[in-house]
Design a protein around this ligand. Sequence first.
Ligand code: ATP
Ligand code: MG
Length: 230
Amino acid sequence: RLDGAHGHVRFDDVSFHYKPGRDILPQFDLDIPAGQTIALVGSTGAGKSTLAKLVSRFYDPSSGAITLDGVDLRELSSEDLRRAIVMVTQEAYLFSGSVADNIALGKPDATIDEIRRAAEAVGAHEFITALPDGYDTDVNKRGGRVSAGQRQLISFARAFLANPAVLILDEATSSLDIPSERLVQEALQTLLADRTAVIIAHRLSTVAIADRVLVMEHGRIVEDGAPSDL
Ligand code: ATP
Ligand code: MG
């Protein structure tokens, strides 16, 4: 990894509120060793997306600190932060432009070979080459239509190419047919290798591949263990 980040993430006595007096995360401690895959689950409003946004520094804690490899996120340059921590959300899967542009989003100087290798790694190369203009297909044009599962694979190729030490993923809730589901699941495993990941998980199959499952309720972790313990 160019930036040398390992991906050890720690929440130290973190509180966070959107409105003063109403803590969403009350004094939160969490240690995520480098390389660990966390599945974050819990009912709606529990604070899962808020936690994800704090790690990706969309927000800063109201008090306490979040560190990456011992360094407060607020002390990292925006460039270092962007390189080290990537968040993939359901809404931001694709942008207008070609498939190649969409994959290269996190690494604009990527060569077509690098783009292709990333697509191959997550099993997206095959369907991309079958599109009308291959990697040059405009994803918003007629005939360039890609399915929900294919969108996810493209966003995974993008994250794979960006190669962050820490990946935050808000898993899509849209249901996929079984072959697509299997492809997405395999791609996810490739994407998770050698990095820290926090996945807001909606699928049991994702929870099963995590090293650790955190169940959140009202901003607190009420269960913390291996998938087999739950
Ligand atoms: P879901 O499963 O529905 O996505 P979640 O676990 O991701 O839920 P959050 O989105 O983190 O939950 O919300 C946690 C709490 O913070 C909720 O009470 C929510 O209403 C509140 N909240 C979320 N975003 C904001 C915001 N921008 N301004 C004020 N309150 C917010
Ligand atoms: Mg959410």
